[in-house]
Design a protein around this ligand. Structure first.
Ligand SMILES: Nc1ncnc2c1ncn2[C@@H]1O[C@H](COP(=O)(O)OP(=O)(O)OP(=O)(O)O)[C@@H](O)[C@H]1O
Length: 242
């Protein structure tokens, strides 16, 4: 059984169809890459899966349960966590507080002290344990991006939705990010991973979906995707970075 199944998901913004009948499936412990030219609907799809945007049509099932109309809060409890393309830390909390707060909204209800303990473990894992008491405004871009992953991880999710978490990082930081993403799969978690860096996503993904103008263009293994003429044509038209 699939962990996540999206069927004919449609999202309209006024007259614009950002998603037009998209199908996507994710199995347990799988990293699924989600790629496509700018404006093809990747972030919108992630938002409909996370529940932060209501769909205009279609169905989203998670662990065999219809979650299409469930709030983002309830989906987080069910085991779906996301990061944002532009990091959204809570400015009123320090780094530890950001992760501990997230831990309190996850799959299981944890006490404040358990949340703090879990947050320390997450900070260690993302290499920010030395910044626990720091103001989030003092973090570098790569630390902000890792904090986003840490806040998602603190929910102890079954499915993590990552939106361009390696964007703007230097090669060493991106390599550390890729290792972190691979380790999520080693935990047994599933990942949907939006990335413009085609090299990174093809190296990490078990399977990939390509969107173009709000529709499924192609899906397959990374090797199949990079070798497909339609994908190459869409990318040349859309100007994605290789
Ligand atoms: N809140 C919104 N209101 C109106 N239009 C929107 C909104 N969010 C996205 N769109 C439009 O929907 C389409 C898909 O956008 P989306 O951000 O999902 O694409 P994307 O593939 O993630 O793009 P990028 O790679 O540039 O991040 C675009 O035409 C975008 O302008």
């Amino acid at each position: 059984m699939s962990l996540l199944r999206c069927t004919a998901v449609t999202k309209r913004f006024g007259g614009l169809k950002a998603l037009d009948g998209v199908d996507l499936e994710v199995g347990a412990g799988e990293i699924v890459g989600l790629v496509g030219p700018n404006g093809s609907g990747k972030t919108t799809l992630l938002s409909t899966i996370a529940g932060s945007l209501p769909v205009s049509g279609g169905r989203i099932e998670f662990q065999g349960r219809d979650v299409t109309r469930l709030s983002s809060h309830r989906r987080a409890h069910a085991g779906i966590a996301r990061t944002f393309q532009i990091p959204r830390p809570l400015g009123s909390f320090d780094v530890l507080g950001n992760v501990a707060t997230a831990a309190m909204f996850g799959r299981d209800r944890v006490s404040r002290s358990e949340a703090i303990e879990r947050a320390h473990g997450v900070l260690k894992r993302i290499g920010l344990d030395g910044h626990a008491g720091s103001d989030v405004t003092t973090l570098t871009l790569h630390e902000h991006k890792f904090l986003e992953i840490g806040r998602a991880l603190a929910l102890d999710p079954r499915l993590i939705l990552l939106d361009e978490v390696l964007g703007g990082l230097n090669p060493a930081e991106a390599a550390a990010g890729m290792e972190l993403i691979a380790s999520l799969r080693d935990d047994g978690r599933s990942v949907i991973y939006i990335e413009h860096n085609v090299r990174a996503v093809t190296a990490l993904a078990d399977r990939m979906y390509v969107l173009d103008r709000g529709r499924n263009l192609f899906d397959g293994t990374p090797t199949e995707v990079v070798g497909d003429d339609r994908v190459v044509a869409a990318y040349l038209g859309g100007g994605a970075r290789a």
